[in-house]
Structures are given as C-alpha cells and as structure tokens.
Design a protein. Structure first.
Length: 181
C-alpha cells in the first residue's frame, strides 16, 4: 500500500462503492441529489458530495471512469505530488457538487467521477501545452468528445462540463501562484 498512487486508490474505492451499490441498492441514495439538503440533513449531503464520486451506474461507466482516473490521475499526481493532488480531488468534488446542486435537476441522482476524470484530462492537456508538447491536441480532442458524450441520455453534461471548468481554474491558479511565489 505504501507505493499505491492516489489515482489507484480512487479506482479501488470506485470499484468497492459500485459493487456495494449493486448489491444493496439503498446505497444509491448517496448519489448526489438534493433530497438530504432539502430535508436540512446537511451532514449527509456533505457525505453525498464525496460518496457520489465513487458510485457508478454500471460496468462500462466504472471502466471508462477508472481508465481515465488511473491513466491521467497517475500523470497529474506525478506533476502535482500527492498533497496537491488530494486537495485537487476534494476541491473538484465540492465544485462539481455545488454546480450540479445549483444548476442541475434537483430530482436527478448524479453518480460517478466523470467530472473528476475530465478534470484530470484538462489539467494534463494544459500541462502538455505549457511545455510545448504537440500531444496536447489529443487532449483537446478527448475533452471535446467527453463534453459531447454528456449530451447523451442518462449522462451528466453538467458533471463533465464542470470538470473541465474546475481544472482550468485550478491549473491557472497554480500557474499564477508559481509566478508570484
């Protein structure tokens, strides 16, 4: 466990939470929705923000998110190091949850870490662009495709889009603080 990357740990937690939810469907109540918030049970809503990241709707949802989180997360964690990567995950979950809560359909249960996965792709793409690596163009292609996937039924466009927005903000905030520091 000592050398386990945070990206790997997030994938393992996703597998565990998804299996739990499929064997006990009551666990899907911890998908992101306004039910607990509207009832004034704020501590459960705070738990939802993070637990909803790990629950996935099916095998393909889990596999696609896991591949993105593992591959891009490993690269981004190498760039940012463990602590900044962990802070990024926490802030990303909170930003995306707040955006979905304020702008999304309050009656839809949102699950998965597609927004976080897309955040990782965005950060890595911006990093490649900053070091003049032409491979960043593939990142732009992946971002556009993933945003378009968000228009499919049963998929959260807002989750995907907010992931891109958050990483852009986070990346440029880090760049600005590097220049000032």
């Amino acid at each position: 466990m000592k050398n386990l990357s945070l990206a790997s740990l997030l994938v393992i937690l996703s597998i565990a939470a998804t299996l739990w939810a499929h064997f006990d469907t009551r666990f899907f109540a911890f998908g992101l929705n306004r039910n607990f918030l509207d009832q004034g049970i704020y501590h459960i809503y705070a738990i939802q923000i993070f637990v909803s990241q790990f629950i996935h709707g099916g095998l393909f949802h889990l596999i696609f998110n896991s591949v993105f989180v593992y591959y891009f997360g490993s690269h981004v964690q190498y760039i940012l190091w463990y602590r900044k990567f962990l802070i990024f995950f926490i802030l990303s979950a909170m930003f995306i949850a707040l955006g979905i809560t304020l702008l999304g359909n309050p009656y839809v249960n949102t699950i998965g870490m597609s927004g976080f996965a897309l955040s990782l792709v965005t950060y890595y793409t911006l990093h490649l662009r900053s070091i003049w690596d032409p491979e960043y163009k593939w990142g732009i292609t992946a971002i556009v495709i993933n945003i378009l996937v968000g228009f499919s039924p049963q998929i959260s466009f807002l989750g995907h889009f907010l992931g891109v927005v958050f990483w852009g903000i986070y990346y440029y905030t880090l760049e600005i603080t590097k220049k000032r520091g």
